[in-house]
Design a binder for this molecule. Sequence first.
Ligand SMILES: Nc1ncnc2c1ncn2[C@@H]1O[C@H](COP(=O)(O)OP(=O)(O)OP(=O)(O)O)[C@@H](O)[C@H]1O
Ligand SMILES: Nc1nc2c(ncn2[C@@H]2O[C@H](COP(=O)(O)O)[C@@H](O)[C@H]2O)c(=O)[nH]1
Length: 424
Amino acid sequence: MGGAPAFVADDLPGDYPNGFDLKSEGHNTVVNVGNKTYLIGGTDHGSKSTIGVRVSDKRTGGWVTPTVLGTRPKPSEVISAVILNEDRIFILKGDSSPDDCFWFLEVDTPFVQEKRKEFGTEVVAWSKGVVGDAKKPIVISGPSGVGKGTLISALMKEFPSTFGFSVSHTTRAPREREQNGVHYHFTERSVMAEEIRDGKFLEFAEVHGNLYGTSIEAVEVVADAGKRCILDIDVQGARSVRASSLEAIFIFVCPPSFEELEKRLRARGTETEQQIQKRLQNAKAELEQAKSQGLFDHMLVNDDLETCYASLKKLLDLDEAVEIINESSPPLVDLPRDHSVSKIDKKILISCGTRERASKNIFLLDLSSLKGGAPGRTRGLDIYTSDSMTNGINVAVEGDGEHLHEVEVIQEYEIEGEGPSIMK
Ligand SMILES: Nc1ncnc2c1ncn2[C@@H]1O[C@H](COP(=O)(O)OP(=O)(O)OP(=O)(O)O)[C@@H](O)[C@H]1O
Ligand SMILES: Nc1nc2c(ncn2[C@@H]2O[C@H](COP(=O)(O)O)[C@@H](O)[C@H]2O)c(=O)[nH]1
């Protein structure tokens, strides 16, 4: 959907919301979306280290401080905003580092709608914008003792630059040699329950008498590192991830027999007899549930370890693969304080420099393939850069060849409306 860029307002009609001092809190942006006005800027009421948000509903008047979800951006003195699809506001922070300049404030996405119902308050959710896409995560499930951890370790050892492990949270006690933050985030039940309520988990489940869960951050940090995320989770967790917006490949690992599973669990020697019994009991249910139509994409039988590992690599297209370390990364933009923003469909044109100074750099941000969103990152931003000369576009692209063509296309766009607004 098209639409005009949001305006940068230093003049806010009506009363300023409580706790929002425009003079002392720097730059603010006012954005009208439907019946609501969002004032974005300054600092947050509770935490002075994050951007503040206030909302006013035209029908009821007055300003409220919404429940703010997701990871919040640090305050900025130069904020521009563009409304996207009436459900989120794209925020550009002009004085920030390249990995901190693009953000989305979700105001009416399905996630926000759901949380608004749940909390009964006004809700907004922040999501950091990331250039480029993440590789599809791999979910590996199977009964306790079948060999999931063994297979994952082998994969990570052979392809350390390709794969990253999603470090789960658990309330179970650490085993000997298990390290906090490496094998699990070992945590108290009350703390984890609170974080689940705050919406920080992609999935969680009660497994063998303890609480286990994958935090959104655990998956995002792996993608941030440019790696493919591997999740070792139970069948309930796999079902939750399947129902989430995360697109993944789902693999179920079966034992060759129930007797062999029991033998492996006992030989591992990490559980008491009572715990072994519980895990074996749960294994029966998991093997049954794994047959659910459409839950798993692949089934692997872990009889001989080497054969099973070879099959795993084959289905991940890694057989005979030598790890290629891809050091190319998407171009980064150093967004200066002086820039103007225009929106053309799902593309944002950013011109750097002032009206007075003809020399400009132009960036084109393509938002047509966005993926994910709050409470995780919003990935899939495509960025095309060019160095503009006085009489045309002199392309100096830091990306690949495809991008070069796209940058040249900028010249064909007609900017409608009042034209770019100059950020202060
Ligand atoms: N194919 C195999 N043949 C024989 N032993 C195996 C095989 N695969 C794994 N094992 C052994 O079985 C035991 C259980 O394996 P592992 O710890 O990897 O299971 P898991 O599925 O990750 O269990 P959990 O879900 O409890 O974490 C380990 O001692 C491991 O060395
Ligand atoms: N739903 C989730 N299940 C998880 C997660 N992390 C691990 N697990 C599963 O728990 C059992 C037991 O693990 P153990 O380390 O105590 O032996 C096993 O099936 C794991 O796959 C999680 O984050 N969510």
